[in-house]
Write a protein that binds this ligand. Structure first.
Ligand SMILES: Cc1cc2nc3c(=O)[nH]c(=O)nc-3n(C[C@H](O)[C@H](O)[C@H](O)COP(=O)(O)O)c2cc1C
Length: 423
């Protein structure tokens, strides 16, 4: 592992500038010994989780056009490698928003993570802290945001803005009082999307008790006893804790309706209001249009996450990688980050070469937490960081900051990947 000691990564202590023979220090249970890449966590999670819970995480919307486009978008670019460059002192460490992290990627916010993994948000936060990568705590979560920032003072908080102004104010005040320094406002989900797959799979929030759900639990005993019943026995019935300053609905109920207050009227005035009251760093997540990127910057955003929400909002939305270069060019003042569909070190490097400062990854970290808790999360970080490091060496760069478009070429026109409609 090649980590800059100043990046604080766990593997950095021994020999930061040498390339150790064994890349991995985090041990997974023997049953997960086959895990070699982030995609392998998905296979393991599919077996481990009840069908409706796995469907909620893995799914997207309608025809999954954006989900597929995200995965395909990386094929539009191929690498042009450089040779005979001293790689022995390379580092994956990257500075973002004033902090040096061990890698140029982090964990995207994911709601309800404590349903799929025991203390899900907490193990993500702890794993991120141990590996020194950023973790964004979702506002649609089941563990109080105060507990997460205590476990990981560098965690960021992501808010879905409540519809009413006084509730926005109360939530932002709560996040500030808790000690978060970076607030991410997700702006691509003012309207609930059409998650038909959830309905078909029997998933809803709150979950409705049913024979089907009970059967799914019984046929996934490791999850039933190790996550769901353990959570209820030790912590009581989980509730949505962080959508508002107050507590929300329970996760399991036959009668309670989750409070989705109308957010369709939210606009840039609300962002300006938040900017005035939030002293820390403000990041907007869910930007795809250059004009919105400019508006974000002009209204005081300190960073932008180019994202189509992992293909979970408007189906047919463009893959973020396609619009990334335009947004980077238009917004030189702020770090432009990206998420949606990243699974490999090569994916991360392509985005960095196109000007992204940082990459966020969602589902794989959720799967890793589900099947192996904090060890799984740390293993996922280590695997991806190793890929980035190895790929950097083969590409001929010693630091992520050296990457630029000169290392990429658009896919050969005769290639089938090129003949497909652009992702
Ligand atoms: C299960 C799940 C829950 C999510 N919950 C949130 C959320 O609460 N807030 C948010 O801004 N984005 C949420 N997202 C979107 C992610 O932050 C991120 O944009 C997306 O997952 C990135 O794509 P990837 O999963 O392909 O890496 C969620 C995604 C998933 C898969």
């Amino acid at each position: 592992m090649q980590l800059d000691p100043s990046a604080g990564g766990t593997a950095a202590a021994s020999a930061p500038h040498t390339i150790p023979a064994a890349p991995e220090t985090v041990a997974l249970p023997a049953r997960l010994g086959h895990i070699l890449s982030l995609d392998d966590f998905e296979v393991a999670a599919r077996r481990h989780l009840p069908g409706p819970v796995f469907a909620y995480i893995s799914g997207a919307v309608e025809r999954n056009a954006s989900l597929r486009a995200n995965a395909r978008s990386f094929e539009q670019y191929e690498f042009v490698t450089r040779v005979l460059i001293d790689m022995s002192r390379r580092t994956t460490a990257t500075t973002l928003l004033g902090k040096r992290w061990s890698a140029p990627f982090g964990m995207a916010p994911m709601g309800i993570s404590a349903l799929s993994a025991y203390r899900g948000d907490l193990v993500l936060a702890q794993g991120a802290a141990r590996e020194n990568v950023p973790m964004i705590m979702s506002g649609s979560s089941l563990i109080r945001l105060e507990e997460i920032v205590q476990a990981n003072p560098d965690a960021w908080f992501q808010a879905y803005l409540p519809g009413a102004e006084h509730e926005i104010v109360a939530l932002v005040e709560r996040v500030k009082a808790a000690g978060y320094r970076t607030l991410v406002v997700t702006v691509d989900a003012s309207i609930a999307s059409n998650r038909e797959n959830n309905i078909r799979a029997g998933f809803s929030t709150p979950l409705r008790p049913s024979v089907r759900l009970a059967w799914e639990g019984l046929t996934h005993p490791r999850w039933l006893f190790g996550t769901f019943l353990k959570t209820i026995a030790r912590h009581g019935m989980p509730h949505f804790e962080n959508n508002y300053a107050r507590r929300g609905a329970p996760i399991l109920s036959s009668s309670v309706l989750r409070d989705f207050s109308d957010r369709g009227h939210l606009n840039w005035d609300h962002l300006r209001m938040i900017r005035r009251m939030w002293p820390g760093q403000l990041v907007l997540k869910g930007i795809l249009d250059v004009r919105d990127a400019r508006l974000a910057v002009e209204n005081g955003a300190d960073g932008i996450i180019v994202s189509n929400h992992g293909g979970r909002q408007l189906d047919g939305t463009v893959a973020p990688l396609r619009v990334l270069p335009g947004i980077v060019e238009a917004c030189p003042e702020v770090p432009v980050m990206i998420d949606s569909g990243f699974r490999r070190g090569t994916d991360v490097i392509k985005a960095l070469a196109l000007g992204a400062k940082f990459v966020f990854i969602g589902r794989p970290f959720n799967y890793a937490a589900s099947v192996a808790g904090e060890a799984g999360v740390r293993k996922a970080v280590a695997l991806l960081r190793e890929e980035v490091s190895r790929n950097m060496a083969m590409l001929g760069v010693t630091s992520p900051s050296e990457l630029d478009e000169s290392y990429l070429l658009k896919t050969w026109p005769g290639d089938p990947a090129h003949r497909r409609p652009l992702a």
